[in-house]
Design a protein around this ligand. Sequence first.
Ligand SMILES: [Zn+2]
Length: 142
Amino acid sequence: MAERTYKRSLPRLRDPMAVAFYGHCKNHELRFQRCTDCQAWRHVPRDLCAKCGSFNWEWAKSAGKGKVFSWTTAMQPMLPPFADAIPYSPVVIEMDEGVRMVSWLTNVANDDLRLGLPVEVEFEDVTPEVTLPKFKKVVSSQ
Ligand SMILES: [Zn+2]
């Protein structure tokens, strides 16, 4: 068995929807559920559309772009494997499709975090099985 070098927590891939979500991430695609009756996007994955009550949905590909909606900066590690990262800032990203997800910014210092900061997804293959969606600040070409 290969040595596990990634020390931080990994998603539990037991629920079929989590398996599907991270399966798309492994292919470097960010996909969210979208209701095929009313077209509402949703995340985290679940059976029922909260807008229209439909059980019909698809995995629709996100454009991968969004904005910083919120964050908190941890000054003490909540878990030992994060001790080398403090201070670190888990962020809530609001995607252009309207759904929000918790993630990590890869190229933004804590002091440079701003509400509405434009970001785009990138993927980090942390183990042979798991790829995590993370985000980077969109650098303007001007
Ligand atoms: Zn719906």
